[in-house]
Ligand binder design. Structure first.
Ligand code: HEC
Length: 153
């Protein structure tokens, strides 16, 4: 009888331990959730720009550079780019589907290739909101996931 009690007690203990382990995992998830929430609480453009900044570092910086100025005769600038301000749709299209062939940016001709980077519509919107509102760039109208989704190839 005493043995049975001991075994039962051990089982209860084990279950309790398991539960507390589960809780730990949950709280990590809750931690992530809190981080998500606080990003969502910011105004949509600020949150989108934040996500876009991380994407910029990963996907764009190698060519367009950290300062957005690009590389002369190779990669056009994004900072101060008249393309971004005057050709909104073409800019979104370029990031979503890639861009090749002769283009003129700030009076200089480029004839290179930017392959599509496989970003989701939301990521395209985020990275463009970052680019359009960094360095000296400002754009009134935020790029939305819907706007990117509507753009056909
Ligand atoms: C492998 C190098 C490379 C990468 C990486 C790259 N680009 Fe480009 N990008 C180019 C080239 C080259 C052009 C010009 C293409 C042409 O001549 O038609 C260009 C053109 C552009 C243009 C239109 C012209 C301008 O300067 O305003 C935009 C906007 C742009 N890129 C944004 C981005 C964004 C945003 C990313 C990251 C998500 C990115 N690019 C990643 C090479 C790159």
């Amino acid at each position: 009888m005493q043995k049975t009690v001991a075994i039962l007690f051990t089982l209860v203990l084990l279950t309790a331990c398991n539960n507390s382990k589960k809780k730990e995992k949950d709280s990590i998830k809750i931690g992530d959730y809190t981080a998500e929430t606080s990003l969502k609480e910011q105004d949509p453009l600020t949150a989108s720009k934040k996500r876009g900044g991380l994407l910029y570092t990963d996907f764009c910086m190698q060519c367009h550079q950290a300062n957005g100025k690009g590389v002369p005769n190779a990669f056009p600038p994004l900072a101060g780019s008249n393309w971004l301000t005057e050709k909104r749709e073409a800019s979104i299209h370029a990031v979503k589907y890639g861009q090749r062939g002769e283009i003129e940016v700030n009076g200089k001709t480029y004839n290179g290739v930017m392959t599509p980077m496989g970003l989701s519509d939301k990521e395209v919107a985020d990275v463009l909101n970052y680019v359009m509102n960094s360095w000296e760039n400002t754009q009134d109208k935020m790029v939305t996931e819907e706007e990117v989704a509507e753009l056909e190839k």
